[in-house]
Write a protein that binds this ligand. Structure first.
Ligand SMILES: Nc1ncnc2c1ncn2[C@@H]1O[C@H](COP(=O)(O)OP(=O)(O)OP(=O)(O)O)[C@@H](O)[C@H]1O
Length: 424
């Protein structure tokens, strides 16, 4: 498919911005994360802006946005690693401002894991378990859960990147967390590694391996435990102890979070032992297949939140137009562009997506958005006919989730630049 033209007048870009499906749907049932107005400023620069997040308990939530959109900063705020400039709400039913109350029930992988390269995966995990005050017997089940059981005795320095990522996830699984936060776990992986990671994450949506040591079964969790994260680099704020004792893995970055068993309050527990997973990525395609909730952020602001099909449903309509004479494709594309469509060439077809108020169409309200195509399509058809172009196809064409995502982010970028001239 060849892009013919994409530049649109500024006013049309503003129209796009207005139509962005901000906070499309709220979850019906219990929520694992419910925060409002989350913001972070660094100096004069706002990197997360008034973010309202509601993540259903038990969902696999994709946290998607381009590089620099504020994903990691947001996740760090949820994990108590960065103090929000503004915002309030709850994580696992506990106040956002008191992360010590919920961190023991969270496992997290934020940035590069810190591992002992000359120790085996098993020994690395045992060290983490000990530092976090956990039963070492948890190590074998989590190794099995991430598919490393057979290589658990190998030194970590011999591991591939994918295996190291798996090991880091195993560390985050220690303590059988209710909420698992994975920041860009597919970063740097090849296509097969990405696929394996996707399969792994899908499987982690159910908590606890069979026979996990010390596990008394569903609903029986309630042992008190001291929460601790294992990591190096950025400290954990808000009064949360960081286990960085002698022998902790060298390395930089946020380290590997290890959740402990903790007292569960009951009211906010998820039935059927579903685990809530938040997985960030700058590529929707890497995670869309496993997500039942999607959050799109762009320049620190929420662009969409809701189920994946909601993102699709809010997409603008696209039509495929095929002229009787293939030689007319270029003229047809020009015509459609002149009528306010974003135009792409697809062989002997033109794909026209309505991006602006229909020329000669409706007033532009919600009803127009629900059925945007009729008036402009009729106009397009007439205009083609007037130029002697006979259409042999004029039919709806599917807009993919990736295209919707890209459209959202691209429209936001254009509008923001037009308004402010910068990203702040
Ligand atoms: N400690 C900091 N001080 C100043 N600016 C920061 C700090 N941490 C992050 N930023 C800025 O905040 C913005 C958002 O960064 P963040 O890492 O949250 O984005 P991201 O969506 O996770 O990006 P990526 O996908 O590239 O990891 C970036 O412009 C970054 O430079």
């Amino acid at each position: 498919m060849t892009a013919v033209r994409g530049a649109r007048p500024v006013l049309e870009q503003f129209a796009d911005r207005d139509e962005q499906p901000r906070d499309e749907q709220a979850p019906d049932g219990p929520v694992a994360v419910d925060v409002r107005g989350l913001s972070k400023r660094y100096g004069r620069r706002t990197v997360v802006r008034d973010l309202d997040l509601r993540i259903p308990a038990g969902a696999v939530a994709g946290f998607i946005g381009p590089n620099g959109a504020g994903k990691t900063t947001t996740l760090r705020m949820l994990l108590g690693l960065v103090r929000p400039t503004a915002g309030a709400g709850t994580v696992l039913g506990q106040p956002l401002g008191e992360p010590a109350r919920y961190l023991p029930r969270i496992g997290a992988l934020i940035e590069s894991p810190a591992l002992y390269p000359r120790l085996s995966a098993r020994r690395n995990l045992e060290a983490m378990a000990i530092l976090a005050g956990l039963d070492r017997a948890q190590v074998e089940p989590v190794l099995a859960e991430v598919g490393l059981a057979e290589r658990a005795g190998d030194e970590v320095r011999a591991y591939s990147l994918g295996m190291k990522q798996r090991l880091a996830i195993a560390a985050a699984l220690l303590g059988d967390p209710e909420l698992l936060v994975l920041d860009e776990p597919t970063n740097g992986l090849d296509p097969m590694g990405i696929r394996l990671m996707r399969d792994l994450i899908r499987g982690l949506a159910v908590r606890g391996g069979e026979g996990r040591a010390g596990e008394a079964g569903a609903g029986a969790r309630g042992e008190a435990g001291a929460g601790a994260g294992v990591g190096a680099g950025a400290g954990i704020g808000a009064g949360v102890e960081v286990a960085t004792g002698a022998g902790t893995a060298a390395g930089s970055g946020g380290g590997v979070g290890a959740a402990t068993r903790a007292a569960a309050t009951g009211a906010d527990r998820v039935p059927a032992r579903r685990r809530t997973i938040v997985v960030s990525s700058h590529l929707l395609a890497e995670v869309e297949q496993i997500c039942d909730w999607i959050i799109v952020v762009d320049r620190g602001a929420l662009a969409y939140q809701g189920p994946p099909d909601g993102l699709l449903a809010t997409g603008r309509q696209r039509v495929a137009l095929r002229p009787e004479r293939p030689a007319d494709v270029g003229m047809l594309a020009d015509l459609a562009a002149g009528l306010g469509f974003a135009v792409e060439r697809d062989g002997d077809r033109v794909l026209a997506t309505l991006v602006a108020r229909p020329v000669g169409g409706g007033a532009g309200g919600a009803a127009d958005r629900a059925e945007p195509s009729r008036a402009p399509l009729a106009e397009l058809n007439r205009a083609a006919h007037a130029r002697g172009i006979a259409l042999v196809e004029i039919a709806p064409a599917r807009v993919t989730l990736e295209e919707r995502y890209t459209g959202l982010v691209a429209a936001g970028a254009s509008a923001s630049q037009a308004i402010t001239g910068d990203r702040a």
